[in-house]
Design a binder for this molecule. Sequence first.
Ligand code: ADP
Ligand code: ZN
Length: 720
Amino acid sequence: MPTPESILKSIFGYDTFKPLQREIITNVQARRDTLVVMPTGGGKSLTYQVPALLFDGLTVVVSPLIALMKDQVEQLNALGVPAVFLNSSLSQEEYQANMDSVKSGQSKLLYVAPETLLTPRIYSLLSALKLDLLAIDEAHCISEWGHDFRPEYRQLVDVRRKFPSAVCMALTATATPRVRADIAASLGFTQSNEFLASFNRENLFIEVAPKREPIAQTLRFLENFKDQSGIIYCFSRKQVDELAATLARHKYSVRPYHAGLEDSDRRRNQEAFIRDDAQIIVATIAFGMGINKPNVRFVIHFDLPKSIESYYQEIGRAGRDGLPAHCLLLYSYGDASKIRYFIDQKEEPERSASYQHLDAMTRYAEGNICRRKPLLSYFGETFAQENCGTCDNCNSEPADQQDITVAVQKLLSCVKRSGERFGAAHVVDILLGSKNEKIEKYRHHELSTYGIGRELTKSQWMHLSRQLVERGLLNQEPTYRVLSVTDKGLEMLKSREQILGQINEAKKSERASARIKSSLDSEYDRSLFALLRNRRKELADESGIPPYVVFSDKTLVEMAMYFPQGRESLLNISGVGKVKFERYGMPFLEIIKEYCRSNKIDEKFKAPAREKDDAGRRYMTVGDAYNSGESVQSLMKQYNVSADTILNHLARFIMAGNPLRSAEDLIALSNLDPDQQMAIFKAFDKHGSDMLKPVYDAMGGKVNYDELRILRLCYLCEKR
Ligand code: ADP
Ligand code: ZN
């Protein structure tokens, strides 16, 4: 009997499920309708593909994008899974052949566009078959509140009604509660089970750098990513063309992509990128929908994105394969003003909404706390870690704190004197004693604060003003970014107490790039990787598929890390299932063996996944998994350990200073009544929670240690 685990290993070649995948599959197997919300790269496809292989009947996958359907079917076929798609891109013959393969029961999965699914032809095809699972991909298209509403999606509820025995899944990477509720309501999910994964993408290094000499900065950045795929987003078509030409002059293999190009050119450029024929794509935001390329190693925002949501979506295209990827945003105050100028031309209410988006974006870019905090909080998630370790701010050395009292007083009084009607740039111009039209016009050269700040540079003053906004001494109104002095600021002015802060911005960007590069370098043999990559490209071109369909970068990286030289050890590599081994295993084994022979390298042992995470740090993995929504039961299963062990891990996790999601799931494990629980909490208050024995004694030995362990955890969880 195949199980989800055996299918994961033998077909997909993976050792462990990603967070929530196992729970979702269990839920679908139990034929409960399921809503899956996971970020890009979270592994949504597998959650319907595995059940599809476990059910006897057919699985229909609804997908709005022709390119994505083709990609998914290619990937499944490469794994030896019979799957086909039906859409308008097929010729008559191909269409009929695919219909036949579904009719004969040969295909396990059928991918269709929603409008195709609604045709009588498909209806009658499906009516003659056993339909077990209806999976609706990109399910946010059903909601008018989503960013990509498609009316055909609304009618999917009819399809559901026609096939009442099929379990239904809706999958999306759009996390807002409103869209979520809309999806469940439109599909008539009665006992809707929602699975909401964390939107934190741990493998993305997130960086914002001041945009000074953007071309030079980009070229410097690219030096660390020789031969690696990446996307560069620009604001305008013109900028796309210019930058693409510049990079081409510097001998990069690069293609432009924007709505001004001919359809055929656009398609060709996109295809070249997907097939690793072009390394870099320079694009407007028109690029990205329907791109499934997993090995995008960097995303550069050459200009400021228009909202946090689109920024998150765009950087989300990096590192789908789970390997480290780098996201760089080049930010300048001037870019923000440029966008503000465009927004000014818009009509209400769009204008106000755009201002708010821009304001959130500039706050994000100018902030100096962990980048993950504002990003995730935008999606309603709290990022509790102090230091994520993989953003620029968490990697910058704190700049020296200096006495900035006098400078603060100058800045605050200049804001006040000029009437609290101007943005930071103008206020700083006054302090610096600049001569310009605006100063003349408002007679600001007559203010007592005119020219009193020449000891600092413009960028130092700007940096200072951002700190004061962050500390709540200045208020910045979102639309025109007008500064005013807050009550707290006024008090500070009066009290004349000493203020510490930074005059200069923290130094960080170049070092951060170097860091991520070296972390990638040390782990695997680059020369072997390059050889494997070339072979992959040849094999892919022979069968006319993208290279990542043969093997992912992650799979090649593991090969270049462990040097597998036999069947068993190659099957042990992540992403090598039985069919892929048979199809592609030999050519890769030959290269590895030859390379190891001539370089005198031995095969390295790859520990089975379970033992891979260092046991000493297991409590961190367990704690993080629990916080991302895993239950104690699922963790027990995953690690094949008792509840006690999981509870002990969680206790260590808490004691190491990490907050735990909530005690609700934990208290449910206790068999005591609320009064008894209360008494035990009081005993912890009295005797402390480091040791259980004193509390055990205090309860007269009547409560067993298992209970005490559960309640200690709840106690610690609540106390923090
Ligand atoms: P999404 O649709 O959520 O963006 P995908 O389904 O495309 O994500 O999965 C992203 C990548 O992760 C794919 O390359 C996929 O093969 C891989 N993947 C999915 N599940 C696992 C797993 N359990 N272990 C390792 N890799 C996985
Ligand atoms: Zn961080």
